[in-house]
Write a protein that binds this ligand. Structure first.
Ligand code: APR
Length: 238
């Protein structure tokens, strides 16, 4: 799969991954826009906006609790593990849109969560934030200050955590190879990261069983699942 870029990949000092829901699909976590994607079965505007949350915090929380259960019993797959293993050979940074924490569970040491984490919660009013793996006593859960707690994730219409986004731009702008795996590249600003990498003449490689809106801008666009392709990528270094 990587023959035409083997030398460039082997000589890379820094490889940055931009990942999306597709990389966790083989761990049993549905994508958003794929065949059985979440947004095919649920209305994003009723579940993933701040207005939807204030309209019906119980509904939104019940949906996130269902997703937490699914994610907590999922395991990192060979795609996640391959990215972690690459750290033996080259500097690897993971810029993920996923909130499932599977990259970290696979052993990746440098992961930036662009859209937050389903493990984290925060108060809608005070500065309280924390990680919680256990179930909630009350739905919606309340902060010590008496206000509602919300999932610490980025909803439609909300800005990304600025410090993380600025770091992501710097990493993308300074990499030798940018590998885009398992994302439709529909959502911004994450879908601008390939542009920052290209400005630095990085090699752009896409891994996706389906074509995306940016496939023609890639140096290499591989029609494959992330498990198959990323496992082979590791063998490029061995
Ligand atoms: N391996 C690699 N890619 C896959 C696999 C697989 N096994 N299975 C599906 N894909 C691809 C699909 O072809 C699709 O292009 O993964 C992509 C998933 O795209 P989306 O469902 O749009 O997910 P993503 O790009 O991560 O969405 C971005 O949108 O809903 C918001 O905040 C949410 O972070 C999410 C953002």
């Amino acid at each position: 799969m990587f023959e035409s870029f083997t030398t460039k990949i082997r000589n890379a000092k820094k490889i940055v991954f931009v990942t999306g829901a597709g990389i966790s699909q083989e761990s049993g976590i549905p994508t958003f826009r794929g065949k059985d994607g979440l947004w095919r079965n649920y209305d994003a505007m009723k579940l993933a906006t701040i207005d939807a949350f204030y309209d019906n915090p119980k509904l939104v929380w019940e949906w996130y609790i269902e997703r937490r259960k699914n994610i907590f019993c999922a395991e990192p797959n060979l795609g996640h593990k391959a990215i972690a293993e690459l750290e033996k050979f080259v500097q690897v940074i993971v810029l993920t849109q996923n909130i499932d924490g599977l990259h970290q569970r696979a052993g990746s040491s440098e992961v930036l969560e662009l859209h937050g984490s389903i493990i984290k919660i925060k108060c809608t009013v005070c500065d309280f934030r924390c990680e919680i793996l256990t179930e909630f006593e009350h739905i919606p859960p309340l902060c010590k200050c008496g206000n509602i707690l919300r999932p610490d994730v980025v909803w439609f219409g909300e800005s990304l955590p600025q410090k993380i986004w600025q770091q992501a731009i710097v990493h993308a702008s300074k990499c030798d190879v940018l590998i885009i795996a398992g994302t439709s590249l529909i959502v911004s600003p994450a879908n601008t990261l390939p542009i920052y990498a290209k400005q630095n003449n990085a090699i752009l490689i896409e891994i996706n069983p389906e074509e995306t809106i940016m496939s023609s801008d890639m140096d290499l666009s591989i029609r494959s699942t992330s498990v198959a392709a990323l496992s082979e990528l590791v063998s490029v270094f061995k």
